[in-house]
Design a protein around this ligand. Structure first.
Ligand SMILES: *Cc1c(COP(=O)(O)O)cnc(C)c1O
Length: 379
């Protein structure tokens, strides 16, 4: 479906892909003529938006609305809240979402209640006074897992809307609407685009009326996707399933090897049986994803690893074919993150290239042990 859908008509002479249409305005005409009714792209969209919305909407079994970035999609969903609404939010979530939520709280746009989402009973206690429950699972960067169905059921009983940031899982590994959520958001900048070359976001909802409201937010606030970004994201999503298989196979193997490395205090990857959310992930996801985090004793050691890697990129962001590593505690608003925690977005490189890169970058005192490990692997 991802490869088939969102293409021009199968008539001879038509291109296989939706062409890049660089147009803000379109010639006016009677609505009976094919393609008419589209006058101004901020209001009426472009063929490339529609193709991507169609594909992601089908994958999530809802209606998708494209935005200029993940943050724009998230801001549009939050904008549906009435003034002064109460939002229950996770301690661990994407730093930009944390900043947006805190700013809104500071100006009285909404009231925040921040909670450790790995304690479902505490979350449920907070729902009686809430309007929206914001979830992110697996979370960025601690890879916390939330049982979406459990919390969505509790929220529904109290009339609380549920939104899930599904960026880490992608629409292929997890479908929150099917588990009871009302909204799903994606930073398509990450795995959907997949090549670290664009910014794009998607909000997905169940109800057609909500879709109209989201489109209205996009129209009046103007957070519209660019033509080239859409073209690239459409091209990216065609290969998402093969990229994801390779990324998550690599991530699972690196998680296993890193957890045996003496310099590594802890590995957070939902695929590890020792991960506290492993059972939840196994039940609600179709795979464990391509992102892991691991902890070194100190911030300085973690910074040294970032400086030493040569194949893995020392860079922010995630979800590309190329692996990236970052010490997240250095970002503002991430005080809850252990100082020596490195988030590793595992790309599609050869597993042994990635492992050699990590082994050489990890603290030198452990090279001897690491060497033995290597020999054991070759045997
Ligand atoms: C990157 C990211 C976002 C924000 O998306 P942008 O496309 O950068 O605006 C939101 N949520 C998560 C989990 C992310 O990783």
């Amino acid at each position: 479906m991802i490869i088939q859908e969102g293409r021009p008509d199968h008539r001879p002479g038509q291109p296989l892909n939706v062409p890049v249409i660089l147009a803000s305005n379109f010639r006016a005409g009677p609505p009976s003529i094919e393609g008419s009714g589209r006058e101004y792209s901020r209001d009426d969209g472009t063929p490339a938006w529609e193709a991507l919305e169609d594909i992601v909407g089908r994958l999530e079994d809802g209606s998708a609305v494209l935005f200029s970035s993940g943050m724009a999609a998230i801001a549009a969903v939050l904008d549906l809240l009435p003034l002064g609404a109460t939002v229950v939010t996770p301690v661990d979530c994407y730093s930009g979402v944390r900043a947006l939520l805190s700013d809104g709280d500071a100006i009285g746009r909404w009231k925040l209640r921040t909670v450790d989402m790995t304690r479902p009973d505490t979350v449920k206690d907070m729902l009686s006074e809430a309007d929206l429950l914001w979830l992110e699972t697996p979370s960025n960067p601690l890879l916390d897992l939330v049982d979406i169905r459990d919390l969505a059921t509790a929220a529904r009983g109290l009339g609380v809307a549920v939104a899930v940031d599904n960026t880490f899982a992608t629409p292929l590994l997890q479908n929150p609407l099917a588990l009871g959520a009302d909204f799903v958001v994606h930073s398509a900048t990450k795995f959907i685009g997949g090549h670290s070359d664009l910014l794009l976001g998607i909000a997905v909802c169940k109800e057609p009326a909500q879709r109209e409201l989201l489109i209205r937010r996009r129209e009046v606030a103007g957070a519209t996707p660019g033509a080239l970004e859409c073209f690239l994201a459409l091209r990216g999503i065609r290969t998402m399933s093969v990229r994801l298989v390779q990324s998550q196979d690599n991530a699972a193997e690196l998680a296993r090897r890193l957890s045996e490395h003496p310099a590594v205090a802890r590995v957070r990857y939902p695929g590890l049986p020792t991960h506290p959310g492993h059972d939840i992930a196994a039940a609600q996801m179709n795979g464990f994803g391509g992102v892991l985090s691991f902890e070194l004793a100190e911030a300085a050691t973690a910074d040294a690893v970032c400086a030493a890697v040569r194949i893995i990129h020392s860079a922010t962001s995630l979800g590309g074919v190329e692996s990236t590593i970052e010490r997240r505690a250095k970002l503002p608003g991430q005080e809850h993150v252990p100082p020596g925690l490195l988030r590793l977005s595992v790309g599609c490189e050869h597993i042994e290239d990635l492992w050699r890169d990590l082994l050489e970058a990890l603290p030198a005192a452990n090279i001897a042990t690491a060497g033995e490990h290597n020999i054991a692997l070759r045997a």
